[in-house]
Design a protein. Sequence first.
Length: 551
Amino acid sequence: MEIIKDLFVGSGTATTIFMLSLAAFVGILIGKLKLFNMKLGIAGVLFSGLLIGHFGVKIDPHVMHFVREFGLILFVYAIGIDVGPRFLSTFKNDGLRLNLIAISIVLLGFITAYVIYLSSDLTPEVITGIMSGAVTNTPGLGAAQEVLTDIGNPEAASVTGMGYAVAYPFGVIGIILTMIIIRVVFRIKVKSEIKSYNQSLENGKQKLESVEIRITNPNLFGKKISYIKKMVDKELAISRIMRDGENIVACETVELREGDILFGVSASYLIDNLKLKMGEVRVTDKKIVTGNLAMFNVLVTNQKVAGKTIEQIGIYRRYEANITRIFRSGMEILPTNTTTLELGDTIRIVGKRDLLPEIKNELGNSVKQLAHPNMIPLFVGVFLGIIVGSIPIFIPGLSAPAKLGLAGGPLLIAIILGHKGRMKNVNFYMTPGANMIIRELGIILFLACVGLSSGGEFVETLVNGGYKWMLYGALITFIPIFTIAAIARILKFNYLKICGVISGAMTDPPALEFANSLAPVQAQSTAYATVYPLTMFLRILLAQILILITL
């Protein structure tokens, strides 16, 4: 019993880690509780930390500082690696417009916070903490605390954490209330929004379609498939040929005949080109391949294959089989000869059924190979991220240079590495399970540290005027998202996309959970992922700028 007592009343490393674990455990349980169909989620760790810190536990500030910063690094790095592969593609179609909406929300929130600072007696560290909590942005809080430490005021970091904690609850609730209010004010019918969204998907130019092409161009009769593939390499992935009612593999040496029907995959916007070049094109439903042919998915797990192009691997040359689709990080990619395969890709192949085991063995198809953690790229990314985050950014009018810091630097590097996928022989792939563990571990450690550090004076602060902080936080939350969401709706933006954008602009997963519950479509999640990375950068920079311009 004496050992347990020492852990509660001590102040060393063991006690600090013990309290962090306790805050994490209790907080995760709190986050699972439902109230009015809402859950705090991982934010429950913040409040359990505040509760434990309120009872005056003694913690080692040096250990706490290290764990807090390292947790933040792990969290943002995992996010960057996850969104990197699709970061640039999100700007296609309406991605630019959605990001402009999100940027408007971020900037209006910053202006609101600055106006409140000018018209009140709040200190710079308090208003920055309130702003970070009001927009539920944890990395922004971390960046602000880092700046305060750099300029020689580390004591203010805990005050910033208190401002964050006070404003956070309405930050979550306010976003959800805004979604409800917008729906009521504009008399929105969710079923109509679902129908509108589905129609926009059907008209989307990037959507991949299964097609069948009846060859009517006489110039193609007698031409080998190898010639056809080169002619339409960027427009069509050929899978098989229907000839005289029988399916045959579209091998390189097969010659086209009059009456042949080619089956394959193309993007919607390329179909007109195929009509001009080849003949009659019809979009079809995905059909089951029967007979001696089969359609199967293979997971790329062979290190020797990763990083090579489809042409270099040469599946289509050595086997009676063709790659027709590539699935990567939630995206469907039209395969061409120059498309590079990466670890974790799932590729769809159409070919001879009896070749299936041999092709799978060559490409890997072993989940166990991906289960082994690839740690070198993780620490290389963190190493580079810290270097980039330490580079000063000189902005006229600021008392000190801003930096991307321990939040922004690793995030930027992770997005770049996630987008590239590899650098020579180093692959940056991270399995979804590993990514989720690193992300959750990072944010849990960070929030537990913030709660424990701020809990000692939290109640006293709340009683002695801290309730005003709640009001200020509510204004910073509500004014930007309601104003911009209303303007977006007036401009005929889809309501479900608006919900996703405001959740992403506030970097708030609980709000996204609520938005997703409104309709069983991907509009909300897609919009959230589209604006999240750029929003995160702005939140991190503006938190620092608010500190520096108010000093």
